[in-house]
Design a protein. Sequence first.
Length: 302
Amino acid sequence: MFFVSCATDLYGRKQNIKLEFPTCPTMTELINAVESQYDVMARSSRPAGYPDTPFKVQTFQVYDDILLRWVDLYSSAQLTNGCQVFCFQPESIWHSDSQGIIPEAVDSVTWTTPVGSPRRARVATDAGVAPALSEKLRSVFYDIDFGNKGYILYSDLRTAFAKADMDFTYATVGELFTVADQNRSGHITYDEWVRFSIQYPNVIDALFFRARDMGQQQAYPAPNAASAHTGHESMQRAREDQLRGYYTQEWGNQQRDQAALDYEQAKREADAARLHKEMAEAKERNAWDRMYYSPASPQQYH
């Protein structure tokens, strides 16, 4: 198991979650996981009057335990198990993109949703205050309970995650079902669902908002399979190009800054060497002058 703690700013408050991966993630996998988690958290914690904006990663910094400072993250090779990362979003007045004081990382179930998936799109923006937890609990439970049985089976939960396009990076659907089914009855009652939501609120939020978006999408004509596939691929390419542009720009800026620092350092060293040489030559001239032109010097009597 590979852990990465990722912090960010949501509406002026620092958040920090622990992400789980089977192995060290690639940059694409890390970005996907961070956007999938924090987009749901942003929707569930958005204050009234704040705009509903999808969460996007612009750049990362990772805390270097050797240098004891934050450094730009460009490659997954910089990641170590248990490292702390900070995610910067595109510049906005609605959040503060500086590390500041970061709280302890909170455990969470990590999932990803592919870039360009319809489940990451929003048909209509959220308005007003985010729904209360009790409303989300009831809505998700009755939506998952296929056939209105009064309880949730493993197949119901698996179908719900598949419809929401939630691909878990480490915890499997079976493991989550086992956690929820506390009395090992083979099904999840509403009381068990409530206790599960306290432990994994981000799972409930994700299922709630995905289900609501899917309900809104039913009012719109569905595109045919070919156009949907083409649109999915074009969105993926556009997002990958956007991220590549961000990192290329940041890398270029860093290279220019480093080149300027190297130039200044080389210039200081050259000036110091020149000064040292001039002082040595002056000292040598003074020594020869004292030897040949002093009153006791033999040169005076030639």
